[in-house]
Design a protein around this ligand. Structure first.
Ligand SMILES: [Ca+2]
Ligand SMILES: [Ca+2]
Length: 186
């Protein structure tokens, strides 16, 4: 290899190394797929015409097929939903939402999945949850947001968390935390 070509190759590799972190910060498509979000908290919602306290906890990967995917919702009256199968997931990044630290390529997780519904009276069913979790930085209460609907096997809404305009609601307390994907766990 001529010395001029060698300089060109070395220079190209160096440029590629410089570009990689910049691409990661910009939140490339691959970075979004490898990312994940964890957290939980509580917020007021509606269940069968009543205002209820809804608590949630989750650890979800953006890539739908990655396991495990964890989501549990509890609401007043001893009712709960445990995710058993994530059907779809989509992670997005908006410049209008600052997820703050740690550096993560996403701030919003949209998902849908089926799971086990347990009602306070001992009745069980299969439900479908649809949600949006937003990491708006810290503290989570007030900055992080949630939109959630759970329907039973008949398609009846059993609990929902949504503003009157159909938007996500700020958490009363808790925290949603977006994470960058790491190694084989991504
Ligand atoms: Ca953002
Ligand atoms: Ca947060």
């Amino acid at each position: 290899m001529s010395s001029s070509l060698k300089r060109l190759v070395v220079g190209t590799v160096a440029a590629a190394c410089v570009l990689t972190p910049a691409a990661a910060m910009a939140g490339g498509k691959a970075d979004k797929v490898r990312a994940r979000m964890t957290g939980g908290g509580h917020v007021l919602g509606m269940s069968l015409g009543e205002v209820v306290k809804v608590t949630h906890g989750f650890a979800l990967h953006c890539r739908t097929a990655t396991e495990p995917q964890r989501l549990q919702i509890n609401w007043s009256g001893g009712n709960s939903f445990h995710l058993t199968k994530l059907i779809s997931s989509s992670c997005t990044e908006s410049s209008r939402i600052d997820q703050e630290n740690p550096d993560a390529p996403i701030d919003t997780y949209n998902g849908q999945g089926t799971g086990r519904l347990n009602f306070g009276g001992g009745q069980t069913d299969t439900g479908t949850a649809t949600w949006r979790f937003v990491d708006g930085g810290e503290p989570g209460g007030g900055n992080d947001r949630i939109r959630l609907t759970i329907v039973d096997s008949a398609g009846k809404t059993v609990v929902s968390v949504v503003t009157s305009s159909g938007d996500s609601k700020p958490l009363t307390s808790g925290n949603h935390q977006a994470h960058r994907g790491t190694g084989s766990k991504a």
